[in-house]
Structure formats: structure tokens, C-alpha cells
Design a protein around this ligand. Structure first.
Ligand SMILES: [Zn+2]
Length: 864
């Protein structure tokens, strides 16, 4: 008789049925979940509730959309790689096929293995295409295009993109520069007509100073990849090096009347650009052209945008093994939602988005079609870099005797780029090019010298950053032509034609110590680097009274050069016990080696009570900013004070400058800019009076112009009237000759008058406070052909004497003549005050590290 089976028995009997039912249910639910998530993937239009191109999307909303796509798709990942100065998040989205996505980490490691890494399986490698949008904030169409791009890659209805994702990984950075972009977008949204007005006169096409191109500190992030002075770059480089893409596109915009620009790039190409990199730019360009031809859109290639300066979003990736490219749409801050162009056409935001979207998609397509080739060439690029690197120099030697702060800062930069280095394991003598003396010399290696060998995965970047002179295939270039790190950082260094054996660099123990007596008469600190300045800045903010010596001295067996800080107990008595505590803390915080001495009686030089030891009055500093001032020039100074030496400054806008009472400030800084309007006759005489009463005026780069034209100041473009006449005559003749020149030769001709950023040897007077902390020789970066004669009534602290002082970079023949006997840095005494002329901008892009102390000397020491 049949009995009711127990539950267990029932399961036993029906095991197969239940099991398959479970699988069925699981499949159903997976299907349901994925179906429902796919159905939840909204287009930008559905998500934003307006069509792309109808308005500009603010950054937080772009982030929300990217999060939405990542949340509704199992093959999309968002990675937050940092935050901007204004605390906006920085993200990339990674997208590939589901199958690839499931082993994404293995693909990434396998890819890095192809790039010379040690771990992972290179067989899993797959080309990575990285699309970077909106590095220039007011070139605002590209972030909009980024949303469309991510949607179309994720959109289940788009079967085409799915095929490409089978053999490529796509990385999208929707906005490299959110602070700048929101600055533009917020302004535009507040000022546009509704509906938008295409009349170029309309306010919506006239972005106010400083515009949205740059980041918070008004730095051009597309000049910062190699120097990594900005937080956005620093964060991005970490993520970039985790992926090292095969193809990198940097999306830009240019003037409203320009047709679209894409690869291949213009000459000059840097020597390290490989044959395949050149070739594949053409392949990509042809594919882009196919779509542009089909739509009848205008475009150009091979003009204007070259591949030389290593700090761009196209060159930097190129020097890291990618096909690095710039794409330029007509538009930028002038274009708004729609604007009338010179050929009577209307350029709309929708057009701009469509073009950028098209080239992005076309780049992915052609990369996918050439997936195997890209993979092979990528591996071979890095293989060559490791085994047979290009160039004469096989290693770069940085002497251990260099200032420790400079060595530390260089290593930090090398780490950011994942450039390998070590310390010398040999003590033999070699011949090499001396960066200090600009000649071949014999150098005896020492065990602790820092060595960067060129046979390493980052070989091209090493060459581009270290070689004394980049080879120029064409003199018409978009940017500076000299930047070598040993020059910009003032390092005693050698380029060697042989490889130096190295061992692992052991980071030396930091010297956060005070050597000497307890409760000393005075603490002493050297003055050689911006870290020393940051230390001073901290002490001043803690209300510590500081003195400095204007002459070298020796005490307790230690030598101190002029500029050394002397922190006496005298003057700080009211702080009591806290005095020693604050100095000790500061020495630890800034890792300074401090000498604590029990007497003010020196063994050599002048005692601490001497007149050569001055009280360093904490200066109240104002900087001019606003219309007329170069936003980049101002930003460099602003960034320097806040991010590098943390010293308080007051920023005064040119709008109300005429109403500001200058006697509240000790120092007024005029950044690079055009001052003829800001400092009209009346205001100039106010400034002059303020200087005579003890103010210190610091003029940088083009700011010198207004003083050279004024009778009240001693600065002049010419030595005397005779030279003035002679030079004006020469100039006239040159103009007449060029009038007869064929029009198509004119551009070339004008190059002979140019300096686009070259390095010159100078003579530095390091006995003057402006030169304290320097050697007698200093290398300056000259950015234009402006010439100022030696000051007749002032101190010429730093000068270029001869045209043979050109060390590196392109300088046209006419411009070179003009360099002779020119002022670099000088001081004019006026009543109780000073004018400091810095003809070459030592803070340019914040990368000429060795110039920064000149600026600090001007702020803190000159005139004290
Ligand atoms: Zn741009």
C-alpha cells in the first residue's frame, strides 16, 4: 500500500525535477534582473530631462548620469580617482563586454605586463582606448559628448558598439577639469538669452576674466601632464599608470570659425615618436575622415598642433606608448548654445557634441578593428624601450651632492611617472655631458649618486624629460622648446653615453633634527629651497621673530651662506617655553636640519648682533588679479603662496585697485600682464609714491613693460639713446624687408624674431638678497624676445651677457641678437622702497623649480 512519502523522500524522488526547476528559476531571475536593469538604462535625454545640446550640464549632474549607467549595467565600472581643489570628484568609467569585464583585473595586469610589468599574463592583454574630455573647462561640448558616448557603449540596442567591446576596454574621463568647466557652465547658464542669441555681440559669447579654460588655480591642465603641479594631474597620473592605454584622445575646442581638427598631428614630432605611432595616427585620421566626408563636415589635419612639448594630453600619452591625439572642435567659451560664424553659418552645441561623439566612436571602431596589431605594437614598443632605447644617452646621473630637497622633489616626480631609478653601484670615472657647465667632462661616480637609466619601460619619457636638447624637426611650434629637468631644477647632473649599474635606492632617513645645545641662544637654518621658505612661512605665522644674515658666516664648525635664517631667543621672549617648542615642531614638520647654538659670537663672518643680520619683518603681500593681468600669471603666484609655501596673501582685483590704500601692504606683486590701462599715469604715480615710502613692488614678465615706458622708473629697453635709434632703425628695415617677402614665407620669417621658451646661462650675483641661496651661475627660461637693458641706476642681480649663453631650445636669429646684455632679474632702489624686476617669470607653469627661490627672495628678503 502506498504511504505518503516523507519530504526527504519526495526530494529524493524528484531531485532532478527540483534541481532543474531551481536552475530555471535562477535563469528567470537573472534574465529578469538583467532585463530590468537594461530597461532602466536611461539615455542622457531621459535621465537629464532635456536633450543633449539644449543646455550645458553641470558637473554633479554628469557624475549622477555616469553613476546611473554604472548602476544599471554590470559591465561598467566607475572609479573615483581623486578630487579637485574645489572638492569636485574626478571619475573614470571603464566599460567593456561582460565577458571581459568579469576578468577585468586580469586583463589590466596582463596589459601592464605587455608594458614591461613583472606580473600577470600578457596573453590576456587587450587594447585600451582612453577618452579624456574637457581638459579646458570652457571647451564645454566634450563633457556632453562623453555622456552620449558612455550611453551608446552601454545601450543594449546598439549592437555595433557591443562588437567593439569584445576586443577593447574603453575608459572615459568625462571631465578632467570640473572646476573650470563649472565656472564656465554656471556663468553661461546665468547669462544666456532665452532662447539663446546667435549674435556674437551677445554677452553670452563673452566670457569674463579669467574664463573657464583653466582649473581652480588658473593653471592650464593641458600643459601640466609632465610636471604634475596640480592636484587633478597628480591624481590622474596614478590612474593613468594603472592602465597605460594604447590610444588616448584629448578632446578640445578651438575658435568658433575653425573646422574640426584631428590626427595626424603637425610637425615637429618629438624624436621618440615611433614609426607605428606616426602610422596609426594616419589610420585613425582616415577613419575619422570617412565619417566627416560622409556628412560633408569640414576638417583639417597635420597643421598647427604638433607633438613636441611633453606635458600635453597628446604628447604625454605618446611618450608613454599610446597613440596620443588632440581632437579640436570649433567652439569653446565664445560659442554658447549657438553662435553665428564668419561664414554665415550657425554653430550649435548640438553640432559640436555630434562631431566629438563621431570622432570618439570612430576611434574606438578603428582601434577594435586593429586590436591585434595594437596589442602587438604596444608590447614591442615597451620591449624596445627596455632593451634598445632610442638616443645617445644611456643614463642620467644626478649627483648626491645636490640639495636634498631638490633630490627629494625630483624622486617624487619620477615616482609619479613610474620612472625607475636607483643609486650608483660604481665608483669609476666616465665622460658625460655636464648640465651645469654645458660641456663634456669627466665625472667620477660616487656610490650615492642618483641614476636614471634609459633602458626601462618609460624610456621615451625619460629621454623627453632629461635630454639636454630636444631635436626639432621644424622651428614652428606651438610651445616652449626647452624644459630639461636638470635645467629647470638647477641640478648638478650628467648625461652619459654608457649605462651605469644601479642598486635599489634606499630612502635616507629624513633629517628632522635639531643639532646642538638645549635652550640655545639662537636656532640656525639654511636658505636653499622652497622647503626652507615654507619653514619660514610657518614660523612667521606662529609669530616667531626671525632674522637672516646678509653675509656668510661660520659657527660651531658649520658654514652658513648668506640668507641663512637666525632665530634668536632675543625678541621671542614673550613666547616663553613655547618658543623652543614651536621651532622644534616646525623643524620636524618641514624636515629641516637646524643648528642650535649657545652664542651669537661667530668664528667667521659677522656676529648675530651685527648690522648684516637683519630682522625679517613678515611682509603683508598683495597680488593684482583681474582684467589686464594674465590669468595664468596670476594663478601661478596664487598657487605658489597657498599650495607651496602656505603664506597668506591678499588678492586685489584690477576693478577696484584704484580705490585700495596701498600703505596697508608691504609688497605688491604685478603678475605677467598688460598694465598700461591698470597703471595709467595717475595710478602709476600713486604706486611710485608708495614705493618711495617703503613699499616693494615686484613686476614679472610683461608687467615690466609699463615701467620701461615711464620716465619715473629706471628700467629701459635700451642702453642709451644711440642704441635706441639703432635698434629702431634695424626694426624698420626688417619690417620693410618682410613687406616684400612672399606671403607664404611670412610665418617662417617671423620665426626668426621669436623665442618660444629657451634656456640661457646667466650670471647671478649671489651677494645680493635677490640671489641668496644660488650659485654664481643660474639657468633661466626665456619666454619671449622682450629685451631690457642692464639697469644703470640699480642692481643687476641676474643678466644674460652673450648670445652664446643659449643652452637649449629654439631662438630665432634676430631674437638671439636681442638677448645679449639683457636684464633677467634686477632691483631699483627708490626712496625707502624697491622695485624688483623679474623679466623672466620664475613661476611659469610652476615647473621651473630652480627659479622659485628668486621669487621668495623678492618677497621676503629684498629691502629688509
Ligand atoms: Zn583646449
Amino acid at each position: 500500500m502506498a504511504t505518503k512519502p516523507s519530504l526527504l523522500f519526495y526530494i529524493y524522488l524528484n531531485f532532478n525535477k527540483i534541481f532543474s526547476m531551481k536552475i530555471f528559476l535562477l535563469l528567470i531571475s537573472i534574465f529578469f534582473i538583467s532585463f530590468s536593469s537594461i530597461s532602466q538604462t536611461k539615455s542622457p535625454k531621459d535621465f537629464l530631462e532635456y536633450e543633449l545640446g539644449d543646455r550645458f550640464t553641470r558637473h554633479h549632474k554628469v557624475v549622477e548620469y555616469f553613476q546611473h549607467i554604472a548602476n544599471t549595467n554590470t559591465n561598467v565600472k566607475l572609479i573615483k580617482y581623486g578630487e579637485t581643489y574645489e572638492k569636485r570628484p574626478l571619475y573614470i568609467a571603464v566599460i567593456t563586454s561582460q565577458n571581459n569585464f568579469n576578468k577585468l583585473e586580469d586583463i589590466r595586469i596582463g596589459h601592464l605586463k605587455s608594458a614591461g610589468g613583472t606580473e600577470g599574463n600578457a596573453a590576456l592583454d587587450m587594447p585600451i582606448v582612453w577618452l579624456s574630455y574637457n581638459v579646458h573647462g570652457n571647451e564645454a561640448s566634450s563633457t556632453e559628448a562623453a555622456m552620449q558616448m558612455l550611453f551608446e557603449l552601454a545601450n543594449p540596442a546598439n549592437s555595433q558598439t557591443k562588437i567593439w567591446l569584445e576586443n577593447t576596454v574603453i575608459i572615459i574621463d568625462p571631465c578632467i577639469n570640473p572646476d573650470g568647466r563649472d565656472r564656465y557652465v554656471n556663468w553661461y547658464n546665468q547669462n544666456q538669452n532665452s532662447p539663446y542669441n546667435i549674435n556674437p555681440d551677445s554677452k553670452e559669447h563673452h566670457e569674463p576674466w579669467p574664463g573657464g579654460r583653466t582649473n581652480h588655480y588658473l593653471f592650464d591642465l593641458n600643459r601640466d601632464w609632465a610636471w604634475a603641479t596640480q592636484i587633478e594631474t597628480q591624481n590622474r597620473l596614478v590612474e593613468y599608470n594603472r592602465w597605460l592605454p594604447n590610444v588616448h584622445v584629448d578632446f578640445h575646442e578651438q575658435g568658433i570659425n575653425a573646422p574640426y581638427y584631428f590626427a595626424p598631428a603637425a610637425e615637429p614630432y618629438h624624436e621618440v615618436v615611433s614609426d607605428f605611432q606616426r602610422e596609426f595616427q594616419v589610420t585613425i585620421g582616415k577613419n575619422n575622415a570617412k565619417y566627416f566626408d560622409k556628412n560633408g563636415w569640414l576638417y583639417f589635419t597635420k597643421e598647427y598642433f604638433d607633438l613636441l612639448y611633453p606635458s600635453y594630453g597628446d604628447t604625454y600619452p605618446t611618450f608613454n606608448g599610446a597613440i596620443g591625439m588632440t581632437y579640436e572642435q570649433g567652439g569653446s567659451g565664445r560659442a554658447g548654445l549657438g553662435v553665428k560664424t564668419s561664414d554665415e553659418d550657425i554653430l550649435t552645441l548640438k553640432d559640436r557634441i555630434t562631431h566629438h561623439f563621431t570622432t570618439g566612436l570612430s576611434t574606438i571602431e578603428i582601434s577594435s578593428l586593429n586590436s591585434e596589431r595594437l596589442k602587438k605594437e604596444f608590447a614591442s614598443y615597451f620591449n624596445k624601450a627596455k632593451n634598445t632605447p632610442i638616443g645617445t644617452y644611456k643614463s642620467y646621473l644626478i649627483r648626491h651632492s645636490n640639495n636634498k630637497d631638490k633630490l627629494k622633489s625630483l624622486k617624487k616626480l619620477l615616482d609619479r611617472h613610474q620612472i625607475k631609478y636607483g643609486i650608483s653601484n660604481a665608483t669609476n670615472s666616465l665622460k658625460g655631458y655636464s648640465y651645469q657647465d654645458n660641456e663634456i667632462k669627466t665625472v667620477k661616480l660616487s656610490k650615492n649618486d642618483l641614476v636614471i637609466n634609459s633602458n626601462q619601460p618609460k624610456s621615451s619619457l625619460v629621454k623627453a624629460l632629461f635630454e639636454p636638447q630636444a631635436k626639432l624637426s621644424d622651428s614652428i611650434t606651438y610651445d616652449i622648446t626647452a624644459w630639461s629637468l636638470p635645467y629647470s631644477r638647477g641640478l648638478d647632473a650628467y648625461a652619459l653615453t654608457t649605462k651605469v649599474p644601479i642598486k635599489l635606492d634606499v630612502n635616507e632617513m629624513s633629517e628632522e633634527k635639531i643639532i646642538g645645545v638645549k635652550k640655545p641662544y639662537a636656532y640656525l637654518s639654511k636658505w636653499n629651497s622652497t622647503d626652507d621658505v615654507a619653514f619660514l612661512s610657518y614660523l612667521l605665522k606662529q609669530k616667531i621673530k626671525v632674522r637672516f644674515s646678509k653675509a656668510p658666516f661660520s659657527i660651531d664648525g658649520k658654514d652658513f651662506k648668506a640668507g641663512a635664517l637666525i632665530i634668536t631667543r632675543r625678541g621671542n621672549e614673550k613666547l616663553g617655553e613655547k618658543f623652543d617648542q614651536i621651532v622644534t615642531e616646525a623643524s620636524q614638520k618641514f624636515k629641516r636640519e637646524i643648528a642650535a647654538v649657545s652664542s651669537g659670537l661667530v668664528t667667521q663672518g659677522k656676529d648675530f648682533g651685527s648690522r648684516t643680520v637683519s630682522y625679517l619683518k613678515p611682509p603683508k603681500v598683495a597680488i593684482l588679479s583681474g582684467t589686464g593681468v594674465s590669468s595664468l600669471g596670476f594663478g601661478e603666484i596664487w598657487h605658489f603662496f597657498e599650495q607651496q609655501i602656505q603664506y597668506p596673501v591678499t588678492v586685489i582685483d584690477t576693478d577696484y585697485f584704484s580705490r585700495v590704500k596701498l600703505n596697508k601692504y608691504d609688497v605688491l606683486v604685478l603678475p605677467n600682464g598688460f598694465y598700461s590701462k591698470i597703471l595709467g599715469k595717475e595710478k602709476l604715480s600713486v604706486v611710485k609714491e608708495w614705493v618711495q615710502n617703503g613699499g616693494k613692488l615686484i613686476a614679472i614678465d610683461r608687467a615690466l613693460g609699463v615701467f620701461a615706458n615711464s620716465k619715473d622708473f629706471k628700467l629701459s629697453k635700451f642702453k642709451d639713446d644711440d642704441e635706441k635709434k639703432e635698434k629702431e632703425k634695424e626694426e624698420k628695415e626688417r619690417k620693410e624687408r618682410s613687406e616684400l617677402e612672399a606671403y607664404d614665407k611670412l610665418e617662417r620669417k617671423s620665426v626668426s624674431n621669436l623665442i618660444t621658451g629657451s634656456v640661457f646661462n646667466t650670471s647671478m650675483d649671489n651677494t645680493h638678497p635677490l640671489g641668496f641661496g644660488y650659485k654664481k651661475k643660474y639657468k633661466t627660461l626665456r619666454l619671449n624676445s622682450n629685451h631690457y637693458a642692464y639697469l644703470k641706476d640699480g642692481v643687476n642681480v641676474c643678466v644674460i651677457k652673450n648670445k652664446s649663453d643659449l643652452v637649449s631650445g629654439f631662438t630665432g636669429v634676430n631674437a638671439l641678437k636681442n638677448v645679449e646684455k639683457s636684464l633677467v632679474f634686477g632691483v631699483e632702489k627708490k626712496g625707502s622702497g624697491e622695485v624688483v624686476y623679474l623679466a623672466d617669470n620664475p613661476l611659469f607653469r610652476s615647473f621651473w623649480e630652480n627659479g622659485k627661490l628668486v621669487f621668495c627672495n623678492a618677497i621676503f628678503l629684498v629691502g629688509q
